[in-house]
Ligand binder design. Structure first.
Ligand SMILES: Cc1cc2nc3c(=O)[nH]c(=O)nc-3n(C[C@H](O)[C@@H](O)[C@H](O)COP(=O)(O)OP(=O)(O)OC[C@H]3O[C@@H](n4cnc5c(N)ncnc54)[C@H](O)[C@@H]3O)c2cc1C
Length: 486
């Protein structure tokens, strides 16, 4: 591996740029480099690993039982990448993708990168976006109070800095990661006073048809172990139908609704989580087509068998291509790398197909039983589209659920882009990552349509915040200067 630590160490152009150093990106970059491709891997985090293996090479959490065996497997993936000839830029954020003006016949990209406060535009013949997933937004009344955060954020603090939430902690929501996170935090010494499970009971019935497949899935034993461990040692409260964070200036308690009854649990930290969805900001801003996946209930990029998007030369691998977990992320990364290497002329289609065959077989096994988890842990409608008007939806612009509902019904707004023009939701630094899915749900509910019909934000670069100073310091081409100087 060739480490890039300053922006001017980057080459003018690479055959392949991989964005994201999680299992998908690390595997993609390693495989491509092993095939002789000139590849650059960039990640905005200081160390490789992505979400699941975050900080695996440098975490201060040395007790291996705290983060579990799955976490430590990341060291092998990172080691394989480090043995490769790929270039790696950590703490490096990609904020734009556009056509490469230097390639007149088209077919290349110009990407914007920031590293250490300096920005640069470089070329990439092929791109693999391995930017992973994000937690599904979980807006409840009071979720902007200090003391409330996402469970994933608490896990980031644990993995990268060995920090656990102080005081009485409540974890609330649904999904397999909820049990994992509760177990990890408890093992690390957090005082977890309750785990509030919002999984709708009716989901069991909907998921039942997919159960036989799940019984043969690699997730089964793992999931049962996680649940048993967490349930043995922690206070579980199932059937939760409503939640509100309460406190004056900071969190003091969580209000819990179960069916008809209401209770209050005093706490200092509330961790919210209702599963993960693909992070689509980058693929969206790059112009890739997306579809609404009705089973996973989220937007996913439209991809072919080789994970290539509707924009030739851009592939999406890992959880960004649809939630599948770490093992499938790594396998998808390799499939995308084979395809990119083929397009770059490293080998013919027959060899590409032969190399991909064992990966595809493993991928089928890794994804076995996924449907059951997706159906079981689909969030309840009242958590996707909050009922209380005062609930803040867009944290950047402080837009409430009531405002979105009112604008949809009274002004007849039918889509999120129009909503953005009226309310500015989605115009803040997160570029809609936190409000987008909720805005879509609220519009669909108000207009009696579906998220698929409502559509999603049309996003523009920069997809991540970049300073004006960095932009202004970018070298200007003659054509760019002519475009603004009259
Ligand atoms: C908060 C959170 C915690 C999770 N924890 C676990 C866990 O403990 N166990 C588990 O089994 N699954 C976990 N998951 C699920 C996770 O998605 C895994 O399945 C796995 O990490 C997916 O791998 P990936 O390579 O697709 O993406 P990721 O591992 O998510 O890696 C994506 C990488 O892309 C980088 N990136 C994103 N955008 C940019 C950009 N514009 N420029 C530069 N870099 C960028 C990110 O920094 C990140 O390192 C978690 C998901 C989330 C959202």
């Amino acid at each position: 591996m060739k480490a890039v630590t300053a922006i001017d160490q980057l080459a003018e152009s690479y055959d392949l740029v991989v964005v994201g150093a999680g299992p998908a990106g690390l595997s993609a970059a390693a495989r491509a480099a092993e095939l002789g491709v000139n590849v650059l891997l960039v990640d905005e985090n200081p160390a490789p690993g992505g979400q699941i293996y975050r900080a695996v090479t440098m975490t201060p959490v040395t007790d291996r039982n705290v983060l579990g065996t799955d976490y430590w497997r990341g060291a092998e993936i990172v080691a394989r990448f480090e043995r490769s000839q790929a270039s790696y830029a950590g703490s490096c954020t990609l904020w734009s993708i556009g056509p490469d003006a230097a390639v007149p016949e088209g077919g290349g990209f110009e990407i914007g990168l920031s590293l250490d406060g300096r920005a640069r535009l470089i070329g990439a013949r092929q791109l693999i976006l391995a930017t992973g997933a994000q937690e599904r937004p979980f807006p409840i009344p009071g979720w902007t109070l200090p003391g409330v955060m996402t469970a994933g954020a608490a896990q980031i603090a644990l993995k990268s800095a060995a920090i656990v939430p102080a005081g009485r902690t409540v974890i609330a929501g649904c999904g397999p990661l909820l049990y994992l996170l509760a177990g990890q935090l408890a093992a690390a010494g957090a005082e977890i006073v309750a785990v509030l499970d919002t999984t709708p009971r009716s989901n069991w019935l909907k998921a039942a048809a997919a159960l036989p497949n799940f019984l043969r899935s690699p997730y089964l034993a793992k999931g049962l172990r996680l649940m048993a461990k967490a349930r043995r040692s922690l206070r579980f409260v199932g059937g939760v139908t409503g939640l509100a964070a309460e406190g004056a200036g900071k969190l003091a308690a969580v209000r819990v609704e179960r069916g008809g009854s209401i209770t209050t649990i005093a706490c200092d930290t509330l961790l919210l989580h209702q599963g993960v969805i693909p992070g689509v900001n980058l693929s969206n801003a790059a112009g890739c087509a997306h579809d609404f996946d009705t089973v996973q209930h989220c937007w996913v990029p439209r991809l072919d068998d080789w994970l290539t998007s509707s924009v030739p030369g851009i592939a999406v691998a890992g959880d960004g291509a649809g939630i599948g977990g770490a093992e499938s992320a790594a396998l998808r990364g390799e499939v995308a790398a084979l395809s990119a290497a083929h397009r770059l002329g490293r080998f013919d289609a027959r060899e590409r197909d032969r190399e991909a065959e064992p990966l595809r077989a493993k991928l089928v096994r890794a994804l076995h039983g996924r449907r059951f988890l997706d159906l079981l842990y689909r969030p309840a409608p009242q958590f996707l589209a909050p009922r209380q008007d005062e609930t803040i939806i867009c944290r950047c612009e402080e837009v409430t659920a009531g405002q979105v509902r009112d604008t949809a019904t009274r002004l007849g707004v039918t889509g999120p882009n129009q909503m953005k023009a009226f309310l500015r939701c989605g115009m803040g630094p997160c570029q809609g990552r936190l409000c987008g899915p909720t805005v879509v749900e609220l519009i669909a509910e108000a207009n009696g349509t579906t998220p698929a019909e409502v559509g999603y934000y049309r996003l523009r670069p920069p997809v991540k915040p970049v300073t004006l100073a960095e932009l202004a310091a970018l070298p200007q081409s003659e054509a760019a200067v002519k475009a603004v100087v009259r």
